[in-house]
Every structure is written in structure tokens, then in C-alpha cells.
Design a protein around this ligand. Structure first.
Ligand SMILES: NC(=O)c1ccc[n+]([C@@H]2O[C@H](COP(=O)([O-])OP(=O)(O)OC[C@H]3O[C@@H](n4cnc5c(N)ncnc54)[C@H](O)[C@@H]3O)[C@@H](O)[C@H]2O)c1
Length: 112
């Protein structure tokens, strides 16, 4: 039983730290777009963190994530949220954020 978290950024890393300190297994999908890799080492020292490196818009990455454990809950926090692509191309960032929900949903349904 595990929780899937996409994005180990500002919110994701704080959430994952809390989940790990509660003894939960966390499967994290992160492509290190705006977060340094050191976050994995830091959070990995707290508990059972399993990194699936890749992008949330890559179906194979999501399949690996949903296959890594029995997923009880999903927190979708990966985004181009606080970086320049969002400011310079807001429509593209918004569309990208909403489109990636689509491939996540089948994985959630499989784990119901
Ligand atoms: N920070 C806030 O105050 C706040 C407030 C309201 C809503 N939100 C929303 O919460 C979400 C997370 O915000 P945040 O502040 O943690 O953002 P953040 O930029 O700190 O973290 C986003 C993480 O997603 C990763 N990422 C980006 N594209 C990815 C991809 N294609 N595949 C995998 N990982 C990818 C980045 O590397 C980063 O680690 C966003 O949707 C944001 O709009 C944030």
C-alpha cells in the first residue's frame, strides 16, 4: 500500500516528508525540471521513498509508477508552476497541466 505523488517541488516535497514520517511508502514521479536531485536523498533519509524518474506526460513512466506498488491515493502536484515557462507561455503550461490528468486517471481506476 502506497501513495503516489507527482512532483517533489515546494508542495510535493513537504507532503512527501509528512507521509514518509507517518510511515507510508511513497512512489514519486519527478523529472527534475525545476527541483534538484538532492531532494531524493533528503526525503529518502526520512522513509520508504521510491523514485520513478520521468515525465508525467509519458505513459510508460506512469505505468511504472502505478506498477511499483498498490496505490491507495494520488496527489498530482507536478507542474511547471513557479518557473519562467509558466510566465512566458501560460496557456501552454495550463493546457499541459490539464492534459496530463488524462493518462493518470486509468491508473487510478485500475487501483480502485
Ligand atoms: N506553491 C503554492 O503556493 C501553490 C498554491 C496553490 C496551488 N499550487 C499548485 O500546486 C502544484 C504544485 O506547486 P508547487 O509550488 O509545489 O510547484 P513546484 O514548481 O515547486 O513543483 C512542481 C514540481 O513538478 C516537477 N515537474 C514539472 N514538470 C514535470 C513533469 N512533466 N513530470 C514530472 N515532474 C514535473 C518539477 O520538477 C517540480 O519538482 C501546482 O499545480 C501549483 O499550481 C501551488
Amino acid at each position: 500500500m502506497a501513495t503516489l505523488v507527482t512532483g517533489l517541488g515546494y508542495i510535493g516535497s513537504a507532503l512527501v516528508q509528512r507521509l514518509l514520517s507517518m510511515g507510508q511508502t511513497v512512489i514519486a514521479v519527478e523529472n527534475f525540471f525545476s527541483t534538484p536531485r538532492t531532494v531524493v536523498e533528503t526525503l529518502g533519509s526520512v522513509g520508504d521513498l521510491r523514485l520513478i524518474e520521468g515525465s508525467i506526460d509519458d505513459v510508460k513512466t506512469l505505468e511504472r509508477a502505478f506498477g511499483a506498488a498498490t496505490i491507495d491515493a494520488v496527489y498530482h502536484l507536478a507542474a511547471q508552476a513557479s518557473t519562467s515557462p509558466c510566465r512566458t507561455r501560460p496557456t501552454r503550461s495550463m493546457l499541459r497541466a490539464s492534459q496530463v490528468i488524462e493518462p493518470i486517471v486509468p491508473g487510478m481506476n485500475r487501483n480502485r
